[in-house]
Design a protein around this ligand. Structure first.
Ligand SMILES: *Cc1c(COP(=O)(O)O)cnc(C)c1O
Length: 402
């Protein structure tokens, strides 16, 4: 393998994000391929027994087994790390593999976690159901309320865990305040940055310790594969995350890593266009539905904060209807262009009813607590011409009396 300038941090760190997203992390084989090579291999061979011993002893760099290293996956890890401004990154099989690994690698029985109430359903399930089984307690709070973070801290609080913007309520968390508070108390912040991605918001720049991703969403960007990533300091990745990951195996498959590498090449283009489209759609919807939740609308309760910490509002918005589940389902059924789908980050516009899909599993009580109502719909605004998306929403709203 030949290292390209893409492997040299002293060079890649000075590139702008759109350049990093295309070139950072690239290795080339002897063939000189332009597009990254896909190494579909689980194992590696060695010239002699001494080489195996040296690699396992950590005395020599090189591949040993794809649960530990894979060249395609490593290209993705380096690219995500440089985009995020992180010292290191490890790719994961999915966003949930990333969240589970980021939490379990550093928590032990007796520890306490403070987490945002409003979160992706499975993230909330981890805090409410999985962690307690291992003796790790959790307090869930309204994450946009700075005072609530401070009030929830206990002597054994080890981790703050939240998303911003949150799925699907679009609550925005004050990254600078919450991360500084955590630092003061020796607490590690784990930020799920799936909605914004590094192209719109880099939590580490605001003092976060760990950024965890569903790369399935905006990073792939075309709805093809599941993948995830955890970014942090070299010390955290090597000494806290890696011992857990290499022995439990939530690794990203090389094929999926390759697809995400291709997706990242257009991340900057896509997320800015999707943000522009989403703002147009959100503005149209504001005149037609009781409530639109989108960080870059002036009506968003944390509009000023969103403007401060995000470069654009992202491709996702939620709306609230007064007619409950019945009207929300009727609107979905009236769509002709926008698909009914619970995925996000896709180039296609997709709409779902969180209460009966992504947030079904957390239960009605938790949904009410986190602000996911029966009349809420979440819309991923894709890369289609926004006028066509607006026309479809226009006819579907009319069909349900709005
Ligand atoms: C989708 C999503 C996840 C889970 O990611 P998968 O790749 O589906 O496992 C976690 N957090 C957020 C905010 C998400 O949107």
């Amino acid at each position: 393998m030949k290292r390209t300038t893409g492997q040299d941090r002293s060079i890649t760190a000075s590139w702008r994000p759109a350049t990093q997203a295309i070139r950072a992390g690239t290795w080339r084989s002897e063939m000189g391929e332009t597009s990254e090579a896909l190494f579909l291999t689980s194992g590696y061979t060695y010239d002699d027994a001494a080489t195996v011993a040296a690699r396992f002893a950590g005395e020599e760099d090189g591949m040993t087994y794809s649960r530990l290293q894979n060249p395609t996956v490593q290209m993705l890890e380096e690219r995500i790390a440089i985009l995020e401004g992180a010292e290191a990154c490890r790719a994961q099989a999915s966003g949930m593999a990333a969240m589970t690994t980021a939490l379990l690698c550093q928590l032990s029985a007796g520890d306490h976690v403070v987490a945002a109430k409003a979160a992706f359903g499975s993230c909330r399930w981890l805090v409410d159901n999985l962690l307690p089984r291992f003796g790790i307690s959790g307090t869930t709070i309204h994450a946009s309320d700075n005072a609530a973070w401070e009030a929830a801290i206990k002597p054994n609080t080890k981790v703050f865990f939240f998303e911003s913007p949150a799925n699907p309520t679009m609550d925005v968390v004050d990254l600078e305040f919450v991360c500084a508070l955590a630092r003061k108390h020796g607490i590690i912040t784990v930020v799920d940055n799936a909605f914004a991605t590094s192209a719109l918001q880099r939590p580490l720049d605001f003092g976060a310790d760990v950024v965890a991703y569903s790369a399935t969403k905006m990073m792939d960007g075309q709805g093809r594969v599941l993948a995830g990533a955890v970014c942090g300091s070299q010390d955290f990745i090597d000494n806290v995350l890696l011992p857990f990951q290499r022995n439990t195996g939530p690794n990203c498959a090389p094929f999926n890593a390759w697809v995400v590498l291709k997706g990242l090449e257009t991340l900057d283009l896509r997320i800015h266009r999707q943000s522009e489209n989403a703002l147009k759609v959100a503005t149209f919807l504001e005149a037609r539905v009781p409530r639109v939740l989108y960080p870059f609308l002036e009506s968003h309760p944390q509009f000023a904060l969103a403007k401060k910490q995000m470069k654009a509002g992202g491709g996702i918005l939620s709306i609230e209807l007064d007619g409950g589940r019945k009207q929300a389902h009727a609107l979905l059924d009236a769509l002709q262009l926008v698909d009914i789908s619970n995925n996000i980050g896709d180039s296609r516009s997709l709409m779902c009813h969180p209460a009966s899909s992504t947030h079904h599993g957390v239960g009605a009580e938790t949904r009410a607590d986190m602000g996911v109502g029966e009349g809420m719909l979440r819309l991923n605004v894709g890369l289609e011409d926004p006028e066509d998306v607006i026309a479809d929403l226009d006819q579907a709203l009319a069909a349900v009396g709005l």
